[in-house]
Design a binder for this molecule. Structure first.
Ligand code: ATR
Length: 270
């Protein structure tokens, strides 16, 4: 039996083992999937030990996705665009890096929630690693405009330049006041401390509002959006399950069904 694991820190509460084992059961495979600590600077050593034990696939989470990108012997085009790796596959004695976060988000938005992306105006709040991982697939999905707003504007500007796409721009100075968007995505880490991203002057009225975080960490932002007129809100649990399904596909050659897994986790995280 091949060995799989998720690496990051903190890793104790990662849902990935539960998700992958459930996918295994749904597709008739016995999947052994563990959690492994990887502190910044420690991923190379952790991965070497894992490969020696028979590790054949790894998911990478905060804070070592960038480190995984530099460690991979080869990376796919979507990982190169995200400049981050969330999935490693062992291939002929070397780790190949990929990134399934963005496609996981797009699948959650379009398949699970039934929201159409072509021609939509999108406001992305945040310009860190999580934001960087999703811009490419959002653009590929045909959105009309991607405005980026960030607490530190220079970082938003850097992401705008890195996208090199005429549809991508800096949100209006001081945030996004006055501009209306169809979809507002929170990709900041503000929810980790239970707070709202600041400054926050987005217009939520009639918008669809999504937080990449899930459960209690997404609550402050989504409650704020709902109180300010958002049409629909959703947290990132579906993205978590969908990115995992894409990793499972890379490793096992079959895309597992996700609805029952998502439904089961939903009752636990809220
Ligand atoms: P991640 O990998 O989770 O994206 P990161 O690369 O450290 O982590 O980026 C964190 C993002 O959340 C950044 O956009 C950060 O804004 P800055 O670039 O100004 O640091 C944003 N962020 C974190 N806490 C925030 C807060 N309280 N209010 C607004 N933005 C916040």
């Amino acid at each position: 039996m091949s060995l799989y694991a998720v690496f990051g820190h903190p890793i104790d509460h990662s849902l990935s083992p539960r998700i992958h084992e459930a996918f295994g059961a749904l597709t008739g495979r016995l999947v052994h999937y563990e959690r492994r600590e990887a502190h910044p600077g420690g991923l190379a050593q952790a991965l070497a030990a894992f490969a020696a034990e028979g590790g054949r696939g790894a998911n990478i989470t905060v804070p070592v996705k960038g480190e995984a990108f530099t460690l991979a012997a080869r990376v796919t085009a979507r990982a190169a665009r995200a400049r981050a790796v969330n999935t490693l596959s062992w291939d002929n004695g070397a780790w190949v890096g990929d990134n399934t976060d963005g496609i996981g988000l797009v699948r959650d938005l379009t398949v699970n929630h039934g929201w159409s992306l072509p021609d939509r105006r999108v406001l992305l709040i945040g310009a860190g690693g999580a934001a960087q991982g999703i811009v490419g697939p959002l653009l590929d999905a045909g959105i009309a405009i991607l405005a980026i707003s960030n607490r530190t504007p220079a970082r938003a500007q850097g992401l705008v330049w890195a996208c090199a796409d005429a549809r991508v721009r800096l949100a209006a100075a001081g945030g996004a006041a006055g501009s209306r968007y169809d979809l507002v995505i929170n990709a900041t880490a503000a929810g980790l401390s239970g707070g709202l991203p600041a400054p926050l002057d987005a217009v939520f009225e009639d918008a669809i509002v999504y937080d990449l975080m899930y459960g209690p960490k997404a609550r402050a932002f989504l409650s704020h959006a709902r109180a300010h007129g958002a049409r629909e809100v959703a947290d990132g649990l579906g993205m978590l399950v969908e990115q995992a399904a894409e990793s499972f596909l890379l490793w096992h050659g079959v895309r597992p069904p996700t609805p029952s897994v998502l439904e089961r986790l939903r009752t636990e995280v809220d």
